[in-house]
Design a protein around this ligand. Structure first.
Ligand SMILES: [Zn+2]
Length: 123
């Protein structure tokens, strides 16, 4: 399988890949905006992952999605089936993260599942 994890990491964490967010841009953003940006980077990696595995995976098989918490150092994995992931993503402001991981301000846990939380950002 293609390495879908590394491609969307910020450039200052992974050598050899151009991150989607430049270092300069990151420094200009305030902390919370930067954390949210980070979550979106992980989310787009997860979207790509779901597209890559979709063809070859039985929908009941767990897929190691990335933790979408606000900690940019987090390398956590959340095992979800594609169906679980699709259901989660059917709500635009919902994110998935390992239980107890960092959330941004106003982000609330809306469901606790087996080892992970589903959170929702304020609109
Ligand atoms: Zn995390």
């Amino acid at each position: 399988m293609r390495n879908v994890y590394a491609a969307d990491r910020p450039a200052d964490q992974v050598c050899g890949f151009g991150g989607v967010v430049g270092v300069k841009t990151r420094l200009m953003m305030n902390r919370d905006a930067r954390l949210e940006e980070n979550q979106h980077v992980f989310r787009s990696a997860n979207e790509r992952l779901s597209g890559v595995v979709e063809a070859g995976v039985v929908s009941a098989d767990p897929v190691p999605f990335l933790c979408e918490c606000a900690d940019e150092e987090c390398m956590g994995r959340v095992d979800l089936t594609l169906d679980e992931y699709r259901e989660l993503r059917s709500h635009e402001r919902q994110f998935v993260m390992l239980h107890g991981h960092a959330r941004t301000e106003g982000e609330e846990v809306v469901a606790e599942r087996n080892g992970y939380d589903i959170t929702k950002k304020p609109s």
